[in-house]
Every structure is written in structure tokens, then in C-alpha cells.
Design a protein around this ligand. Structure first.
Ligand code: 6H9
Ligand code: ZN
Length: 378
């Protein structure tokens, strides 16, 4: 904990960032009111207060530490006041690990042309009932205080890709003003507010955004506006420009990323935290993630394949069921099939970040990265 602007706040303090020999890769420990967690870490996405198709008990069993929920969705349904009356998000969804809520900046952007953004905030149409809605830094922070997550995000604008330089510049400057308004509106102790670096795909805007937000002094920093359709080398270049400007002793969270190859590169640049819908989303159309790439277990090729998805995987699906069985369930539209592919994909990414942490602690991250990329991109 530390005294902060007169408020006593338990911040997501960042300890023992063990630096490995190469550039920014590091293993750390993240302190929150719901526990101390190891980084690098992958955070399963539970948009509407549930990680689709799996229970909190299964999440705990597979090693999930912090899960993500979306303020935009919960604000529209069931309402964040209702969740507060239920005792907060942890109680509501029976999850006693860490929770991080995104502020809605991305959802408003991904809603496309329905939105209108002004200095005050963002007006948009609800994807549920088409009603006109409005989010501002103050509204988004109040909603997140009601939800009671351990880590909450400043309200920002996730700049679309591609975007004109002038638009990206004005939007990024506004996001910094919104970060300051988010800070002023954040009065709940025991909750860490992270800022979000934007700047589009422009190196200079990324640097200005990072420097301005660091001057405002946040306990952690999200890097937003990436993985929005840009080529991977552009994303890596933005990381190279941004991460070194962020304080070494604070967590860096790359939002919305990603596949294992992106994770291992981002860790190399010094990213600590990730979230992505990819593992749960592709699971629902029968795709399993493996260290050699994707395996579409629904394919006819696996009809008589009585091996598990991955015989070296420790997850519940691979320990007990065959590809043939899972394919049968998926073809028969059995819900248990989706549960098994989801359990496997989440376990795969959680285990992958655990393996990266171990490699960093044993100072062999670089060779781990080489070996993985050689096999994965095959
Ligand atoms: C899947 N790609 C992806 N990019 C994201 C960017 C943001 C962001 O800038 N939030 N303020 C959040 C989630 C994202 N997911
Ligand atoms: Zn598995």
C-alpha cells in the first residue's frame, strides 16, 4: 500500500521484476487485494461476468489468476449498480481470484459507425436494444468502482486502424485528458487504476502518449489500440517504442493479445499481462491451440483419432478424452464439446505463460523463444 494524493490505496504494487539478460523480458509478482499473482500472465476473458462455458472452479483448477470482464457489457446488462447491490463482481460470479475490468473504450470503438465521440465522452447505440447510451471517464470509473474489480482501466478511445495522423494525434491527446479525468473520478481505495497508452501506429504519438501518462503517475499501464488489424511487425514496432518509456517497477498490460507467437514477442519487449478472446472464441468453433499451431479437431481427419488433443497437455480434456470423442460432441452440437475445447485452450495459454516465467527465472528465455517459434510457426 502507499499514501496517494491523500487517499490510502492498495495499489497493484509491482515487485521483484526479475530482469532476464535480454532487453525487457522479466518475471514479476503483482499484488492485489485478492492475492499476489505471477507474471507474465494470461487473463481469461469473462465479458459478461462468466468465462464462457467454464466454471470458476475449473478456472481455478487450470491456474487462472486474474480474469477480465467488460464494463461496457455489464453497464448495459444487468447494470453495474445491480452488481454492486449483489456485493460486487467477485461475489456475483463467485470468483475469489483477481478481476480486471476494461473501461469500455474498445467496445465503443468496435461498435463502429454508431458512435459519436466528443470531449465529454462517447455516445453510442446499445448492441442489445439499440437505445442511445453515453460513456465518459466519470461514468466508466463509477461503473468500475461499482463492479469492484482489483484493477480498473481509464476511459480511453481505441483508435481504429488505419487512422490519419491528425486524427490519431487529437484522439491520443484527448485520451490523456480522459486519463486525468479518470484519475480524479477514482476514489475507491483498494483498487488500482491503470492508464492506457494509445497513439495509433505512429511512433511519435506512442512516445508522447506514454510520457504524458507516466507523468500522471499510475500504478500500471495498459497498451491499447493494438491488434486492431495492423501487421504484426507494426505492432512489435509500437511495443519497441512504448514499453521502454514505462516504469520498470510497474506492470505493463498489452490489451487484446493474443496468439502464443505474439505473447512470446511481447514478453521479450517487457510486457507482463495479456488478455484475449481468441482461445475461448476459436474453441467454440472446434479449434484447439497446440505448440505446433492450430488443430481443427472438428475435421473428419480426427474421426477415428483416439489420441488426446495433445498427449503432453495436463488439462482435463487431454487427460481424459480423445480427439474422436471431442469431434463427435462438436458434430452433435453437444455443449460438453465446447467446454472441453475451451478448457484445453485456456489451459494451453495459462501454461504457456507459466513456462515463459520459468524460462525467464532460469535465464533461458531467449532459447525458449527460439525453440517455440521454430515449432509454432512451422
Ligand atoms: C483484439 N484486439 C484488441 N485490441 C484492443 C484494444 C483495446 C483498447 O485499446 N482498450 N482501450 C482493448 C481490447 C483490445 N482487443
Ligand atoms: Zn489439453
Amino acid at each position: 500500500t502507499c499514501a496517494f494524493a491523500g487517499q490510502k490505496k492498495v495499489l497493484a504494487a509491482y515487485e521483484e521484476a526479475v530482469k532476464c539478460g535480454y532487453s525487457g523480458a522479466r518475471a514479476g509478482r503483482l499484488h492485489t487485494p485478492h492475492g499476489v499473482f505471477d507474471t507474465p500472465m494470461f487473463m481469461p476473458v469473462g465479458t459478461q461476468a462468466t468465462v464462457k462455458a467454464v466454471s470458476p472452479r475449473e478456472l481455478k483448477e487450470m491456474g487462472a489468476q486474474i480474469i477480465l470482464s467488460n464494463t461496457y457489457h455489464l453497464y448495459l446488462r444487468p447494470g453495474t449498480e445491480l452488481v454492486a447491490e449483489a456485493g460486487g463482481l467477485h461475489r456475483f460470479m463467485d470468483w475469489d481470484g483477481g478481476i480486471l475490468t476494461d473501461s469500455g473504450g474498445f467496445q465503443v470503438f468496435s461498435l463502429g459507425p454508431l458512435r459519436k465521440i466528443t470531449e465529454e465522452g462517447a455516445a453510442f447505440r446499445s448492441h442489445i436494444d439499440g437505445s442511445t447510451q453515453f460513456l465518459s471517464p466519470e461514468i466508466a470509473i463509477k461503473a468500475q468502482m461499482n463492479l469492484g474489480a482489483d484493477i480498473i482501466m481509464a476511459f480511453d478511445e481505441c483508435i481504429p486502424y488505419p487512422a490519419e495522423y491528425q486524427y490519431a494525434k487529437l484522439s491520443t491527446e484527448r485520451t490523456t485528458r480522459w486519463a486525468e479525468r479518470s484519475q480524479k473520478a477514482h476514489t475507491r481505495s483498494g483498487q488500482a487504476l491503470f492508464a492506457i497508452v494509445q497513439g495509433g501506429m505512429y511512433q511519435d504519438l506512442r512516445r508522447v502518449s506514454a510520457n504524458d501518462l507516466v507523468s500522471l503517475d499510475f500504478p500500471g499501464y495498459g497498451i491499447g489500440g493494438l491488434s486492431v488489424g495492423e501487421p504484426k511487425p507494426v505492432m512489435y514496432e509500437m511495443l519497441e517504442q512504448t514499453v521502454p518509456l514505462l516504469p520498470e517497477n510497474k506492470p505493463r498490460y498489452l490489451m487484446g493479445v493474443g496468439t502464443p507467437d505474439c505473447l512470446v514477442e511481447a514478453v521479450r519487449y517487457g510486457i507482463d499481462m495479456f488478455d484475449c478472446v481468441f482461445p475461448t472464441r476459436v474453441a467454440r468453433n472446434g479449434t484447439a491451440m497446440t505448440k505446433s499451431g492450430r488443430l481443427v479437431v472438428k475435421n473428419a481427419a480426427y474421426a477415428k483419432d483416439f489420441l488426446p488433443i495433445d498427449e503432453n497437455c495436463g488439462c482435463y480434456a487431454c487427460q481424459n478424452f480423445s480427439r474422436a470423442y471431442i469431434r463427435h460432441l462438436l458434430k452433435a452440437d453437444e455443449i460438453f464439446g465446447l467446454r472441453l475445447t475451451t478448457i484445453h485452450n485456456l489451459y494451453f495459454l495459462l501454461d504457456f505463460t507459466k513456462k515463459m516465467r520459468q524460462a525467464i527465472l532460469e535465464d533461458r528465455f531467449l532459447s525458449f523463444r527460439e525453440e517455440f517459434l521454430a515449432q509454432y510457426c512451422k
